[in-house]
Design a protein around this ligand. Sequence first.
Ligand SMILES: [Zn+2]
Length: 272
Amino acid sequence: MQPWIIRDTGTIKYITLPGWEAEGVALAFSTRLGGVSQGIHESLNMGLHVEDQDELVLENRRRLAAVFDFNLDAVVCCQQVHGNQVAVVGEADRGRGAFRLGDEIPGCDALVTVQPGIFLLSFYADCVPLYLFDPLQRVVASAHCGWKGTMGRIGRHTIDMMNRQFGTRPESVWAFIGPGIGAPCFEINPDLAARVNAEFTGWHDIINRDRQDRYTWDLQETNARILQAAGVMSRNISICSLCTVCQPDLFFSYRREKGLTGRMAAVLGLQY
Ligand SMILES: [Zn+2]
């Protein structure tokens, strides 16, 4: 378990892990602070799909990229369809999804690369970002874990892809589970609670039922256990338990703002 920090560049603030940076990994989860967007998107909105002005979003993305000294043409995004499909990307995919909607890698929620200088970018407002790094084979992967992707065990599918394509051994993998909707805030209906319990048999304490028969779900813990079941060592999993719903000063939240809000970004790439 490696400690995460919030770094203030003087322009923007983002969450990172110094232990990963020391291995030449560019890793960030942006906050909403330090951007140029206005109103419900104030201020570091990274999403082009949320009715913000494109030129403001691109300026925000450039500010985040500047921290790691890359240009937006080094970015690759996927479509994020709340599925569990994984794609491997490289040089040929440079710039996809970085400048406009519609040319992202379609139909998937996780990306894997071994190419230094390619930066995976994905977008969040309550869903859980998963970052994976194999320091032996030098593979990185990021996965968008909403409740549907979590039910589909996207974390395991991503590890499987790293293993098949690049020989990653799960016990070597480092994982970071970034900020998302916290367990106390993620209330779900009884039908979904039953489905979660059926999918993850024996993991009953990931769902909490209170005295008012209110069900809540710990998405971060569920994703941590999915990784452990795939062979990732618990000591190699770090979690940032900041709740995006509870921290309006730091984060956009889809649930808190009833859908009308901006997006944070997860950045992951190999510097060398
Ligand atoms: Zn919360």
